[in-house]
Design a protein around this ligand. Structure first.
Ligand SMILES: [Fe+2]
Length: 268
């Protein structure tokens, strides 16, 4: 990939993404993209309706059936709520339906795990998406993220409260928390407690360098990761996603592990 610089840091061959496999129809395998910033003008993702449609077009061309759109909700930076997000989402759905009537769009959110998220749980005011778990049970999924620089505070309690409120937590981009790179048992512990672990396509394509690549790769290889997400903010993330069609690691994961993005239910 053009952004991969093998001289940027000392890496081994296994830390470099490999795109040598015959391509698969990635969207047909993953079915739903469950983490993206395609609602126009509400966060640091798509800015205009046309931007959003161009990104959705990429998913359609990759063969996806639909996408869960997950704008940031972060009380300090993106103080969004369903009230602020729904009008732009509805406008996007109308425009997308005209072009791709069979493509499903669902509004959810990417919650930053902070006091505001805890308040939303307590008030039962959460944007969620419907899925089936590995046993086929219907579940209500809520995507959340940690900060990139410091380990989360009180996350065990917040995740417990989320589950007690009847939701399945979905952790965004597990590989992007460097403070846990040497403590990957943290991800397995969350997974054992019912949290769905996800990794970003861009990390697997090498866009964030060897360390993120290595951790994302390991989480796929040992089956801890249950979904690969675009986390698309712009076209560059769709390029990463498309590149994974030739990734032997991704193909191996699809063949040997449950791919929970196939289990999204379009209506509820
Ligand atoms: Fe995101």
């Amino acid at each position: 990939m053009a952004w991969w610089n093998p001289f940027r840091s000392k890496t081994s061959e296994s830390d470099r993404p490999d795109f040598s496999a015959p391509p698969i129809h990635l969207g047909k395998q993953l079915v739903y993209d469950v983490h993206s910033h395609l609602v126009p003008g509400v966060d640091d993702g798509a800015e205009t309706l046309e931007d959003s449609l161009a990104l959705i077009e990429r998913l359609v061309k990759l063969g996806y059936s639909g996408a869960v759109l997950t704008p940031h909700i972060h009380s300090d930076i993106y103080p969004n709520s369903e009230r602020t997000l729904r009008p732009a989402f509805d406008q996007l759905v109308s425009a997308a339906m005209e072009r791709w009537p069979a493509f499903h769009l669902k509004l959810a959110a990417e919650y930053f795990l902070d006091d505001h998220f805890a308040d939303c749980i307590a008030a039962d005011e959460l944007l969620w998406f419907p899925a089936n778990d590995e046993q086929g049970r219907e579940v209500k999924c809520v995507l959340f993220e940690f900060g990139f620089h410091e380990p989360p505070m009180n996350h065990d309690q917040v995740i417990f409260d989320l589950q007690m409120a009847g939701y399945t937590g979905v952790l965004a981009h597990a590989e992007r928390y460097p403070y846990w790179h040497r403590q990957q048992e943290q991800f397995r512990s969350l997974s054992d407690r019912g949290v769905w672990i996800t990794v970003n396509a861009a990390s697997l394509a090498g866009a964030y360098g060897p360390q993120m690549y290595r951790v994302a790769h390991q989480l796929l290889e040992d089956g801890t990761a249950k979904m690969i997400c675009s986390d698309a903010h712009g076209i560059r993330h769709m390029d990463s996603l498309a590149a994974l069609a030739k990734s032997p690691i991704v193909q191996n994961w699809i063949t040997n592990h449950p791919v929970l993005s196939r289990k999204i239910r379009p209506e509820h």
